[in-house]
Structure formats: structure tokens, C-alpha cells
Design a protein around this ligand. Structure first.
Ligand SMILES: C[S@@+](CC[C@H](N)C(=O)[O-])C[C@H]1O[C@@H](n2cnc3c(N)ncnc32)[C@H](O)[C@@H]1O
Length: 337
């Protein structure tokens, strides 16, 4: 599959370039390479940098490799979960580091553009979208085991309700879970549209029961449940806070970390991880002494997250929910420059 077969408009592209404006050499790690839009812009604007692009989706890696081939050895890819980055850098995969010729370069910037790409959403067989029918898969990495169908057809009603509520913040989670469990008694739920229709029925039933009119402008009733399933299948929030701390440790002094998130659960994790890395104590107030080990390692460059301009949201509706937070590692002496 070539990059030209798919399209993904990178969100907050100008803002990411601005966030990394102080970086002119060394290594940039794009932890969520996708189709390589951010990476391409960074490689084009900064001729003395090298870039390592990581993605857990082999199709994305292949597309980005085709698209960015012109950058030669300045651009390298690695197929893995970005949460493996500390191991890769610590030399547990020295072959990768040496082979990719990046071992001696200081890491000057790390980018995370979380979530799914338009390529993943727009490919019905991947099962991410309720707009087009396909198998309930949702795995970003095919080598990983559990699919969305496995969860839908095996979790208990209570487990489903909790998952949909926790990862989807869906108020109708209990109704949806009941509808799923009732429906799968007849036959397993296998496709995206089958699930989306069933969720719509459950949400509409709840609205009617509560005496509310159905709002024609509401978001699609399946949006939150699909988000919840995707997060669960790909364990998207697991150890994200820990990874942000590790990414900061990997950065060279004055190196920058930029994270784009797409929903409040992610953004909250990023915000708190930055706060902790900026030295804010996380201990409960009742403790007389700090035991959390908070140490000032960064300064946050975005007091409030950066969001897309009106022009961007018009041309790229996906950018509507994007939030960018940037921090900079303070130098070794702990003195800000
Ligand atoms: C929003 S897209 C990135 C788009 C990219 N910035 C661009 O401009 O083309 C997110 C990508 O991150 C990948 N991804 C999500 N979580 C990941 C993880 N934990 N490890 C590695 N890749 C991940 C997805 O497979 C997807 O390709």
C-alpha cells in the first residue's frame, strides 16, 4: 500500500513546528509516525536533524517510508509501541540503534500525536469506524491479541458498562451494555454497523424513557462507545503518564516534548504528568511530608493547551478536539535558559 492511497491531514502542524522552533540539530523522535505528516514538515524545515518515527501499525510505517524516502538516512522507522522507547534507547535493542545510525545523537524533541489516523479510520476492514461496515477489530497492531469483538462478546454486562463509562464517559453505558448482552444471546456481534445500530437503539430508548426529545444535532450515539473500545483494545491510556516521565528523562537539556491529545481523559493525563515533571507534589494533603519524589525537570511552555484555529477546524474537523501541550527540559543545573 503506498502513502498516496491514503490521506491524513496532520493536526496543529504550524503549532508543532513552533513548539520545536528552538531545535536545529540532533534527533527528533516522532512516537506516532502515522502517515508521516508531522515528520515530513520537521525534516523539511530542519535540515540538520535526523528523525526516528515509531508506530505500532505496520501499514502506517510502510506508507510513511514511501512518503519520506527522499530524506534518505535522516529518516528511520521502527515498528513498536512507543512505550518501548526507553528499552530501545537503553540499548536493549542496540541493533536497532546502531543499524539506524542514531546512537550518538542527543534527543532534542519528542512528539506524540495520540489516537488514530484517518487512514485507520477510513479503512473499513480495520473496524475503527461506525460509518462504514467492517469487522469489529480496532487493533492498531495486528500482532496484538484481543479485538473489539472479543471484548464485546466476552465481557460481562457489568464489565462492559464500566468500560464504556470509564473510557467513553458515556452516560448511557448501562443501557448499552444490557442491549449488547441481550443481543449476543442470539448471535455474536461481529460488525461495526451491527454494534452501532444496537447502541443507537439503546441510547434512543433511554432518551425516550427519560422523556427527552432526540436532538437531531447530537453526536452519533456510538461515538463514545467506539472510543471506549478503541482505548481498551489498544490499551491507549495504560502507562501514558509513566511514558511521559520517561520521555522527559530521555530528552537532552532544553529538549522539548509535545503531546497532542484528542479527548479529556488523555489530556488530563498529559496535564498531570507535566505538572509532576515540573516539580508539583502529588501527595495527599494529609501527609506531613512529600513522599512522591516530585522533582523539577521541565518548565511547561503551554499554560493552557493550544487548540486549532477556526480556519483549521473548518478544513479539518478532526482538529476540533485536538489539544497540544509542550514542555521543555531544564538544563542539568536546574537553571532555566
Ligand atoms: C494521529 S496518528 C499520527 C498522524 C501523524 N502525526 C501524521 O501527521 O501523519 C496516530 C498514530 O499513532 C499510532 N499509535 C497510537 N498509539 C501508539 C503507540 N502506543 N505506539 C506506537 N504508535 C501508536 C497509530 O497507529 C497512528 O498511526
Amino acid at each position: 500500500m503506498s502513502a498516496t492511497s491514503f490521506f491524513h491531514r496532520s493536526v496543529l502542524l504550524d503549532e508543532v513546528l513552533k513548539a520545536f522552533e528552538t531545535i536545529s540539530d540532533g534527533l527528533i523522535i516522532d512516537c506516532t509516525l502515522g502517515l508521516g505528516g508531522h515528520s515530513e514538515a520537521l525534516l523539511s524545515h530542519k535540515e540538520n536533524i535526523s528523525l526516528l518515527g515509531i508506530d505500532r501499525d505496520l501499514v502506517a510505517i510502510k506508507c510513511a517510508e514511501d512518503r519520506l524516502a527522499a530524506f534518505g538516512k535522516r529518516f528511520q522507522t521502527h515498528h513498536s509501541d512507543f512505550r518501548d522507547l526507553p528499552n530501545i534507547i537503553a540499548g536493549k535493542s542496540m541493533d536497532i540503534i546502531a543499524e539506524k545510525n542514531i546512537e550518538k545523537q542527543p534527543i532534542k524533541a519528542i512528539l506524540l500525536d495520540l489516537g488514530v489516523s484517518s487512514m485507520q479510520l477510513d479503512t473499513p476492514t480495520r473496524g475503527f469506524s461506525f460509518q462504514q461496515d467492517g469487522p469489529l477489530d480496532m487493533r492498531m497492531d495486528f500482532s496484538q491479541g484481543e479485538t473489539a469483538a472479543d471484548i464485546i462478546n466476552s465481557f460481562s454486562e457489568e464489565e462492559l458498562a464500566n468500560l464504556i463509562y470509564e473510557y467513553g464517559e458515556e452516560p448511557a453505558s448501562r443501557h448499552i451494555a444490557k442491549q449488547i448482552v441481550d443481543s449476543r444471546e442470539t448471535k455474536p456481534i461481529e460488525t461495526t454497523v451491527e454494534l452501532a445500530n444496537l447502541i443507537t437503539r439503546a441510547v434512543n430508548y433511554r432518551e425516550r424513557k427519560q422523556g427527552r426529545k432526540i436532538d437531531p444535532n447530537r453526536i452519533h450515539p456510538a461515538t463514545r462507545t467506539f472510543q471506549a473500545l478503541r482505548i481498551a483494545v489498544n490499551r491507549e491510556l495504560t502507562n501514558l503518564d509513566k511514558f511521559i516521565g520517561q520521555a522527559i528523562d530521555l530528552l537532552a537539556p532544553e529538549g522539548r516534548l509535545a503531546v497532542i491529545s484528542f479527548h479529556s481523559l488523555e489530556d488530563r493525563i498529559v496535564k498531570n504528568a507535566y505538572r509532576f515533571a515540573a516539580g508539583a507534589c502529588q501527595c495527599p494533603l494529609r501527609l506531613p511530608l512529600c513522599v512522591c519524589g516530585a522533582k523539577e525537570k521541565v518548565r511547561t511552555l503551554t499554560k493552557k493547551p493550544l487548540v486549532a484555529t477556526d480556519i483549521e477546524t473548518k478544513t479539518n474537523p478532526r482538529s476540533r478536539s485536538a489539544k497540544l501541550r509542550v514542555c521543555e527540559k531544564i538544563n542539568k543545573l536546574g537553571i532555566e535558559t
